[in-house]
Write a protein that binds this ligand. Structure first.
Ligand code: ADP
Length: 869
């Protein structure tokens, strides 16, 4: 390859560090890339998607030392372009770059180290051509001598080999100043020798340095031929030797190839892995292939990765299960407050499993809003059974290969999630949590749901064949547990395999208890604090819940408690800063005393030093008891730090949610509806206003077709009963009605907003305000009948959270109230309705009873029955 003579390189170049080789201008070499920084460089500068970008990079040799820093970089480097990238992304990224050198540069300074090094550089190769007839006759002679030697080398090689033919052409064509570089890259030379060529910026010096290397190589070739006694010899082998001279850079020392040893190790591991016969045969066959491959081939790392997976998989490793129902109950109670129904169902499931002695039962699927403890109860099951646990997140997966694995022929191929999980847990009977099964997508790459079905089907899964692995693996001993936010988007065949356990949201009281008993102690532990240092009374937890969270679960609450803990940790750390060293020392001393006390069994002393919080932390191997001397700290800080409303506002900022919605429901044309979402119930303030126009109804807020129909039904009912609310027959002639459902960015659909829409219309048209404490839900018919809707429990809880006290619900939903805890029901008034008239009666301060009652006595306009509440 002839180097570009007229290139001007940028003044700043991203640097690729090589450890065992030198890139010379005009030559092309392979560089293995395995360090994090070099991988960052490849990803952010050289690849855009799957395309290669033509960026000039600086290739710099690091002088051999055992450090991984950017020290000891060779001062002169070579600017180059990457012409090919090959490699794999799994299990760890590893690429090989084919780089062609352009020109030399001097590395002036490193101006950036992360995410990859960038250097300020000065271009070195001058672009002035030197002709052999130039003024410098000495140089001209040198060039001639060099070219002759190069031709001599070519004579010794077989010109029918394309690389040699190319070299022959180069000797005549390449500008003299580059010929030395090209030849130095081809002949056998040591690293210092090649660096010497690189350092020779001056052309005469470069040729003088390279000539002996060239002559030495020629001599060596001649010796080989003489030794073989065969002038014609195997010329191909010789050219291979020559051309390999500069190309085989060994990988970065961080990931130095373990060569033969690695292969021997594989042999032992395959024997030890206790694989079924088929698998062992396949592994040995792959090992045989690996032995025959050159390490720089892309297939080499692919085959190695495959073998690593094969030996890592738990073909026959199982853990002993310890199922004790009494212990299971205690474990679940210790980790979870409340959830009685859920715990009971889980215990029943475990008991049945134990009696049957197999796993062929349905798969447990916990369904409920986020943060209600679905994942953590699944973890508890694993702990109880003494099985390893691994979560497989399915959210957003729309490619069946993510479950089934990719074909090994693709670059970056990897096994499916299930096989990967088994490799991680190192046992063939773990608890695998299939998280968010309702979020499985389906795209052009097949249906992952169908693939999952294969994984879960006991008739098939004893021989599940992952495409990457290409061999059956027995999944029959895996205990699968699933979670989902909603049942509606779980594919039906998958649903058939599952036993659904609903995990509902928590009431305010339950959240306070969970906060006090679980989240606060957990956060204290995680922040190295104890209850002696920080005290959060239940009222403060209630403030956090009311003013900073609107959720069915407790995830945000946990985060907010974490934020309060951090604030206290800072206060403690800042207390009397000049005494920090003393506090630290005292802390260490305190620790030592504890160790002594433990040895002596001296409990009193121990308790004094580490009160409950730090002892609990001791249960977790990672947490050291906090190195805080309380007596010392008390001199500077009022302990325990009281977390009150003022501190909460200081740390968490102004309240995010105002309790109650009364402020918003103070004008005609506004009412509060209740909606169900996969993340729990929501209150929704629906608004309407009148504008000029042609008398139509405009709806905004990303509504689905069912909701649009509900609006039309409501409108028809109002038209039909206009005089009941004191309207003229042609009340719409004055202008258009615009109705909006806030949170317009979220699409909404469903019939349950019918009663709310109707109430809003009536309120707007009659110019009467809806009672601010009322929330409602229910589907309506053209005749004004209110039909039952879903999600009553979540909706009631959401209304309760928002401080609404009167709930208008369809009478047919009465049965659903049984699921709601009394603590909530005692605080709200539930009005069960059969008709639209009843809704309006409840929604407006004085109701519409006069009109309706008159109507009842006189001619009947409404066909629907009236019932007193
Ligand atoms: P999900 O899987 O339902 O989204 P997680 O299991 O991740 O929720 O729970 C979120 C956090 O809330 C966890 O720290 C969990 O321990 C805690 N948590 C949820 N419910 C309870 C409960 N009933 N008792 C104690 N902690 C709980």
């Amino acid at each position: 390859m002839s180097p570009n003579t007229n290139i001007t390189i940028p003044k700043k170049l991203p640097l690729l560090i090589v450890y065992n080789g030198v890139l010379l201008p005009g030559s092309t070499i392979r560089i293995p890339v395995t360090t994090v920084k070099s991988i960052n460089l490849v990803r952010s500068r050289l690849m855009s998607g799957s395309q290669l970008t033509s960026t000039v990079i600086g290739v710099v040799t690091k002088e051999p030392d055992n450090e991984k820093s950017l020290k000891n970089l060779h001062e002169i480097g070579t600017a180059g372009v990457v012409v090919q990238v090959t490699g794999t992304n799994w299990p760890r990224p590893s690429y090989t770059l084919l780089v062609t050198g352009l020109c030399r540069f001097r590395l002036d300074s490193i101006i950036q180290e992360h995410p990859y090094p960038v250097g300020a550089v000065t271009q070195l190769d001058d672009i002035k051509e030197i002709s052999s007839e130039g003024d410098d006759t000495q140089l001209a002679e040198l060039i001639t001598e060099f070219k002759e030697a190069a031709r001599k080398l070519i004579e010794l090689l077989d010109v029918s080999v394309p690389a040699v033919a190319k070299l022959k052409e180069l000797v005549d064509r390449v500008p003299s100043r580059h010929l030395a570089d090209v030849v130095a890259a081809l002949v056998k030379a040591t690293l210092p020798e090649r660096l010497q060529v690189l350092d020779a910026v001056d052309i005469a010096t470069r040729i003088r340095v390279t000539l002996p290397l060239l002559l030495r190589h020629i001599q060596r070739l001649k010796d080989v031929r003489e030794a073989a006694g065969d002038e014609t010899g195997n010329k191909e082998n010789q050219i291979v030797k020559i051309s390999r001279g500069g190309r085989n850079l060994s990988p970065d020392p961080e990931f130095e190839d373990d060569g033969e040893d690695g292969i021997a190790e594989f042999e032992t591991k395959i024997k030890e892995a206790n694989m079924p016969d088929d698998a062992r045969k396949a592994a040995l066959k792959e090992l045989g292939r690996l032995k025959r491959m050159a390490p720089h081939m892309p297939e080499y790392s692919m085959t190695r990765n495959y073998l690593e997976l094969m030996v890592d998989l738990p073909w026959s490793a199982t853990v002993r299960e310890t199922c004790n129902i009494g212990k299971a109950r205690a474990d679940m109670d210790a980790d979870h407050y409340g959830m009685e129904k859920v715990k009971r169902r889980v215990l029943e499931y475990l008991a049945v499993r134990q009696l049957r002695g197999d796993l062929k039962g349905p798969i447990l699927c916990f369904v409920g809003p986020p943060g209600v403890g679905k994942t953590s109860i699944a973890k508890s099951i694993a702990t109880t059974l003494g099985r390893p646990y691994q979560r497989i997140s399915l959210g957003g997966i729309s490619d069946q290969h993510d479950i089934r694995g990719h074909r090994r022929t693709y670059i970056g191929a990897m096994p499916g999630r299930v096989i990967q999980a088994l490799r991680n847990v190192k046992a063939k009977n773990p608890v695998l949590l299939l998280d968010e099964v309702d979020k499985l997508g389906s795209g052009i790459h097949g249906d992952p749901g169908a693939a999952l079905l294969e994984v879960l089907d006991p008739e098939q899964n004893f021989a599940f064949t992952d495409t990457y692995l290409g061999l059956p693996f027995d999944l029959s001993q895996v205990l699968f547990v699933a979670t989902a936010n909603t049942l509606s988007s779980i594919p039906t065949p998958l649903m058939d395999r599952m036993e659904v356990i609903h995990v509902p949201g928590y009431t305010q009281e339950e959240k306070i208890m969970i906060g006090q008993l679980h989240l606060l102690p957990k956060q204290l532990r995680e922040h190295g604090l104890t209850s002696d240092i920080m005290h959060v009374p239940p009222e403060s937890i209630a403030t956090v819940i009311g003013e900073y969270t609107r959720e069915a679960g407790v995830r945000t609450l946990e985060r907010k408690i974490g934020a309060l803990c951090r604030a206290v940790a800072v206060q403690v750390a800042e207390a009397k800063p000049e005494d920090q060293a003393a506090i630290g020392e005292e802390g260490v001393k305190a620790d030592m005393v504890v160790a002594e006390a433990e040895e002596k069994g001296d409990n009193t002393q121990q308790e004094e030093l580490h009160k409950e919080g730090s002892q609990a932390a001791g249960d977790h191997a990672d947490h050291h008891p906090p190195l805080i001397n309380l007596t010392h700290l008390k001199e500077y800080l009022d302990l325990p730090v009281q977390v009150d409303a003022k501190m909460i506002h200081d740390v968490l900022g102004p309240p995010i949610f105002q309790s109650g919605l009364s402020g918003r429901v103070s004008v005609p044309g506004v009412a509060v509806g209740l909606a169900w979402t996969p993340v729990g119930g929501e209150v929704m303030v629906v608004e309407a206003s009148r504008t000029g126009g042609d008398g139509g109804l405009t709806l905004t807020g990303q509504l689905g077709s069912v909701m649009q129909e509900s609006a039309k039904i409501a409108m028809s009912w109002v038209r039909q009963h206009s005089f009941l609310i004191g309207l003229e027959k042609d009340f719409m002639k004055d202008g258009e009605i615009h109705m909006h459902f806030p949170a317009g960015a979220i699409s909404k659909d469903g019939p349950s907003a019918g009663v709310t829409i109707l109430t809003v219309l009536v309120s707007l048209l009659s110019q009467r305000c809806v009672r601010p404490d009322v929330a409602m839900t229910g589907e309506i018919t053209l005749n004004g009948v209110v039909l039952p809707v879903g999600g009553i429990k979540e909706k009631v809880m959401a209304a309760h959270r928002a401080g609404l006290t009167t709930l208008v619900l369809p009478a047919a939903n009465k049965k659903d109230l049984a699921d709601i805890s009394n603590s909530v029901l005692n605080e709200v008034e539930v009005v069960l309705v059969n008709t639209v008239e009843e809704v309006l009666q409840a929604a407006f301060e004085d109701g519409f009873s006069e009109v309706f009652d008159e109507d009842k006595d006189g001619e009947s306009v409404s066909k629907s029955p009236m019932s007193k509440l």
